[in-house]
Ligand binder design. Structure first.
Ligand SMILES: O=C(O)CCC(=O)C(=O)O
Ligand SMILES: [Fe+2]
Length: 336
């Protein structure tokens, strides 16, 4: 094999090879972001409570990803998706869903926007949380932040305006991040998690096209729990003078029924030209909860500020109450 060929195959972004990580212990690169004093939990001064590590049998099964070949969806202008049905093995998708719902802390973020001079309060219609930090900083193994260039300690001033100081990705999510990096050839420094309690929770049409993600960002989006429709439509194309509306504007949205364990890798021009949403759902299939996990790479300090503002905010911590079967405000004193 020529040297070029060898290098090409090494850097091939989407590999059909299965990603493999050793089952136990999960690999610990310099960014594995785990408090070394704990072998069973990820902890950090800015977590409300420690987050348990994934059970080792779940890690072993998770290492079998992807559970099926991805299907390319790129037959429409500017759309570049890889759709896995599923990505997470069926043997663990339910356990992984239950584990994350039980152990992660969530927020119900409120913020105000000013539209035509009028302030409107927005209540985010789902539970959210975020972990990670932009490329200017790196977490050490003990969860401290160092400058990515100089390796010198980062002063809290750098993230002073943020709703929360950045938090490292706990092991239970970081393992999936590492597997996804190996598989996709992309790198990710943020993990956003949404919890949709039922069909009334949603995310409206938007694109993840912020400048702080760089151009043509690769975003890996995982679904666990209840099946929900993922709708996609091309951003409206302005009609040319005297011409009928562009055909693309009239097409019905693309609808992907995301089931537990599925993954959509959005890449290329997708964010620049397409919008996506999880609409509210009524009636059949509107019951159960759903977790969505996205891995992204923020390349500017502002990504940290933006993600913590809109996914953590200033409000209460919410935690799953197993007995009641619902999210409940978490209080330190309750020690649950
Ligand atoms: O829940 C989903 O599948 C999509 C979430 C999403 O688009 C986002 O968090 O930006
Ligand atoms: Fe999105």
């Amino acid at each position: 094999m020529s040297k070029k060929r060898a290098l090409d195959s090494f850097f091939t972004p989407i590999s059909h090879k299965k990603a493999r990580l050793s089952p136990e212990p999960p690999i610990k690169p310099e960014s594995s972001q785990i408090d070394p004093s704990s072998t069973d939990f990820s902890n950090h001064w800015n977590y409300p409570y420690p987050v348990p590590h994934l059970p080792s049998d779940t890690v072993g099964e998770l290492n079998q990803v992807p559970a099926s070949e991805g299907r390319a969806i790129n037959d429409q202008p500017d759309l570049d998706l890889l759709y896995f049905q599923p990505y997470v093995p069926k043997s663990i998708e339910r356990d992984l869903f239950e584990f994350l719902r039980q152990n992660l802390f969530f927020y119900r973020v409120q913020y105000t926007i000013k539209r035509y001079g009028t302030e409107t309060q927005i209540n985010t219609p789902r539970y959210t949380t975020v972990f990670g930090v932009d490329t200017s900083s790196t977490f050490t193994a003990t969860g401290d932040l160092v400058d990515s260039q100089t390796a010198k300690s980062v002063s809290p001033e750098r993230y002073k305006g943020c709703a929360s100081q950045p938090r490292p990705i706990p092991q239970c999510l970081d393992h999936l991040r590492q597997l996804t990096e190996i598989f996709s050839g992309a790198t990710y420094n943020f993990c956003l998690v949404n919890y949709y309690a039922n069909g009334a929770d949603s995310i409206s049409y938007h694109s993840d096209d912020e400048r702080f993600l760089g151009s043509n960002p690769s975003i890996a989006s995982f679904s666990l729990g209840a099946t929900r429709d993922f709708c996609m439509k091309h951003k409206p194309i302005p009609p040319k003078d005297g011409e009928p509306p562009p055909e693309q504007n009239l097409k019905p949205p693309l609808k992907l029924p995301l089931a537990s364990g599925d993954m959509v890798l959005m890449r290329g021009k997708t964010q620049a030209y397409w919008l996506h949403s999880i609409p509210k759902r009524k009636g059949k299939g509107s019951e159960g909860g759903r977790i969505n996990i996205t891995f992204r790479k923020g390349v500017e300090k502002y990504s940290t500020q933006n993600y913590y503002q809109y996914n953590v905010g200033e409000g209460a911590v919410w935690k799953w109450d197993k007995r009641k079967g619902e999210m409940r405000e978490w209080m330190k004193s309750r020690n649950e």
